[in-house]
Design a binder for this molecule. Structure first.
Ligand SMILES: Cc1ncc(COP(=O)(O)O)c(C=O)c1O
Length: 360
């Protein structure tokens, strides 16, 4: 008689929640809930994927091949300081797999990107939440007060998701000077703000920087992220990584996307223009809008006396989707996140928000 399967599952996996499929959306849905770029990838990327499709009977290059060299040039580091992953989510999991054993602690300044919490728990680590300040900055003393001999990693998304704000460089330097565990600075939205601390890598051997091609490069669906750190850290990460962590079409897409910087820059400029317009219209409607260094906007509906839950449920009935952060990670019931969409998508959103305010 085989043993009960549940008895065989690791205890820390049993406590993870089941994933729910998101209900299918119609073609004309306005999807501003996932921080995605609303524009398609560069035609050069599409062409490169189509050309490479006939070669997928062969495995991809180990260690990412020429994409690693290209990312090294793009970021100004040595290729041995780069690891390419199946999206940044994969980089996050790999770091935790290498550095965190069951019972170890991982500090998370909340609210922040939810995958840090999930991935920590998935390796048996313990997330230690530290509240951000009122304006979503980092509370350095509160973070340092949580450090124990079991603290292995501190995650800082910069700019942060969902709050969209950027922590000043001097705060990051102070943290790096005063903490001895691994510090992961996630620069997933770097291209939108152009703020980086890559230049500090040589001075701080406990620093890892994460980047992604999902957002500004518009490759969310094919999954390419990368980490930048000392050669020692990258060596350990690659030891634990799968032999072929990134599929061949993703490597080709990443290569082609980096070759078409002009397309990326034009998209980023367009997002910035759309964002400014969206922010001023949201403010006119009475929302509180927080400073944004990303392609999304963090908003409070509190002054309107409407909960984010009610607002977003109303929008859903109009086929418009935003991300609700009400009552999550220590926030009150009035917070939500809007990814900047196309001109038309943003217009429809604003119309539906006015309707919501009038009817709720
Ligand atoms: C801060 C942050 N890091 C990482 C990711 C994940 O990026 P990827 O699509 O490369 O897995 C996201 C996605 O929303 C994010 O907001």
């Amino acid at each position: 008689m085989p043993r009960d399967i549940t008895d065989l599952v690791s205890e820390h996996i049993k406590s993870l929640s089941a994933k729910q499929p998101t209900p299918p959306k119609t073609e004309d849905a306005i999807r501003l809930d996932k921080g995605e770029l609303p524009y398609p990838p560069s035609p050069i990327v599409v062409q490169a994927i189509a050309q490479a499709a006939s070669t997928i009977n062969r495995y991809p290059e180990i260690l990412g091949g020429s994409l690693r060299e290209k990312l090294a040039v793009y970021t100004g580091v040595n290729p041995n300081q780069i690891i390419i992953n199946n999206g940044s989510d994969d980089s996050i999991e790999l770091i935790l797999k290498v550095f965190v054993q069951p019972g170890d602690e991982v500090i998370l300044p909340i609210p922040t990107f939810f995958i840090y919490d999930f991935a920590t728990k998935s390796v048996g680590g313990i997330p230690i939440n530290v509240h951000r300040t009122e304006d979503f900055g980092l509370d350095v003393e509160a973070i340092l007060a949580k450090v124990t001999p079991r603290t292995k990693v501190l995650f800082i998304a910069n700019p942060n998701n969902p709050t969209a704000n950027l922590v000043p460089r001097e705060i990051l330097v102070e943290i790096l000077n005063r903490i001895d565990c691994l510090v992961v600075v996630d620069e997933c939205y770097y291209e939108f703000c152009q703020e980086t601390i890559i230049d500090l890598l040589d001075s701080y051997p406990h620093l890892i920087i994460l980047r992604s091609l999902s957002k500004s490069f518009g490759l969310a669906g094919i999954r390419v992220g990368y980490g930048i750190a000392s050669e020692t850290i990258i060596d350990y990460l690659y030891r634990a990584a799968q032999l072929f962590p990134v599929n061949k079409l993703a490597l080709v897409a990443g290569n082609a996307a980096l070759d078409d910087q002009a397309y990326i820059i034009a998209n980023i400029e367009q997002i910035h223009r759309e964002k400014q317009q969206l922010i001023s219209k949201l403010q006119q409607l009475g929302f509180v809008v927080y400073p944004s260094a990303t392609n999304f906007i963090f908003v409070s509906s509190k002054p309107l006396g409407i909960t984010s839950r009610d607002l977003l449920e109303f929008l859903k009935t109009k086929n418009v989707f935003l991300a609700d952060f009400g009552l999550k990670q220590g926030l009150d019931d009035g917070y939500f996140r809007i990814s900047v969409g196309t001109t038309r998508e943003n217009q429809v959103l604003l119309e539906k928000l006015s309707d919501a305010i009038a009817s709720l």
